[in-house]
Ligand binder design. Structure first.
Ligand SMILES: [Zn+2]
Length: 371
């Protein structure tokens, strides 16, 4: 099957998360990999929420080249599409559909690479492990699930994440830590505010502290400094009542050297008692050493393929690598996929067809040249 027919077929599986329903797509991909000699394993973190791991039984316990991608896609958004989001319509060099760029094209390129190797150099297939996850868009649910299971994932020598990078090899990304921060007061009638304790006034003081919060960590050479954003806030029920509670959602993007426990303690001591800080989600930062031999190898492969000088750069978004990286034994990691990052999560999402062919060539070279 050619890569574009494969991508069209993958786009036709509706894997909008929620609800995800990745199981049929996982089964379809497994059905393509088995005839190539892969042994497939399916792991459900909830009904129909299936992650697929595929590798050769002969090399089950050996570190491999881990190629990973996620099967789920985000919702279609508020603005109406001009294309059918599940048809894979083609116009010139573009193929349209939800998940083309983020990141079914990356997975289609990985599978096409394996099919090509099966025809030409089948022995090389044994170097590969595929991890295609469910639930990535909702903070790496599928990846967390498989890394929590004993003796499932194994180790990897190196990892390639097929998220949209226009095939530019990126060496990592920030992590993310999310908290709910709650302030408490005492309700009273608005005509007698002196009898209450206004939780919104307390929230205002918390917000001011968060706006100037100092993480006290030097900027990372590639990832820069951590950031903090209050993304939502709620509090108070009626205009004539002193509010007794507010809650705000805080998203922090982290760099190596930070962890969620330390950040939580720092927030708690800065915000004082009677402010509750509850951890919601964690995704670790990933930063490969640009001087690593394998990273240099990928840079040289991509310099030739893209015809441009490659510098160590990182992605704005985070990926399943946040979770898989440590579980796989901290392998040097590259994000490299045919999609366009600016197309991810947008209406009329598309991927360049020429980029898909280029990604297949890149993956083939990576497998061939990785020792
Ligand atoms: Zn993605």
């Amino acid at each position: 099957m050619d890569p574009i027919t494969l991508l069209k077929k993958m786009v036709s599986f509706q894997t909008i998360n929620p609800p995800g329903n990745e199981s049929e797509l996982a089964g379809y991909i497994g059905g393509l990999l088995e005839p190539l000699g892969f042994q497939t394993e399916y792991y459900e973190f909830a009904p129909k929420r299936t992650t697929l791991i595929a590798r050769f039984s002969a090399t089950l316990n050996q570190a491999s080249i881990c190629f990973t991608g996620h099967l789920d896609v985000v919702s279609l958004g508020e603005t109406a599409w001009t294309k059918d989001p599940f048809a894979g319509e083609i116009e010139g060099d573009k193929i349209f559909g939800r998940g083309t760029s983020d990141m079914k094209a990356g997975i289609a390129a990985m599978i096409s690479m394996a099919m090509e190797l099966h025809r030409t150099k089948p022995a090389l297939l044994e170097k590969i492990m595929f991890v295609f996850t469910a639930g990535e868009e909702t903070c790496c649910e599928g990846a967390y699930h498989i890394t929590g299971l004993k003796n499932v994932l194994g180790r990897a020598k190196v990892m390639v994440v097929g998220e949209p990078t226009s095939n530019y090899p990126l060496v990592g990304h920030k992590g993310s830590v999310r908290f709910d921060i709650t302030t408490f007061g005492k309700a009273a009638h608005a005509s007698m505010p002196e009898l209450g304790d206004n939780a919104i006034y307390k929230a205002a003081r918390v917000i001011a502290k968060l706006e100037s919060f100092d993480f006290k960590i030097a900027a990372h050479p590639l990832l820069g400094s951590p950031t903090l954003c209050i993304g939502r806030i709620s509090g108070g029920k009626n205009i004539n009542v002193v509010p007794d509670r507010t809650c705000m959602g805080v998203d922090i993007r982290t760099i190596p050297g930070q962890n969620h426990g330390q950040i939580k303690s720092a927030l708690e001591s800065a915000l004082g008692s009677n402010v509750e800080v509850i951890l919601l989600e964690v995704a670790r930062s990933v930063a490969s050493d640009p001087e690593d031999q394998w990273i240099k190898l990928v840079f040289s492969i991509m310099k030739k393929l893209l015809g441009t000088k490659i510098e160590a750069k990182t992605a704005a978004y985070f990926t399943d690598a946040s979770v898989l990286y440590k579980a796989l034994g901290n392998p040097p990691t590259i994000l490299l996929g045919p999609g366009e990052a600016h197309m991810a999560h947008s209406k009329d999402e598309f991927c360049h067809i020429s980029k898909i062919d280029e990604a297949i060539r890149a993956y083939l070279e990576i497998v061939t040249q990785t020792k």
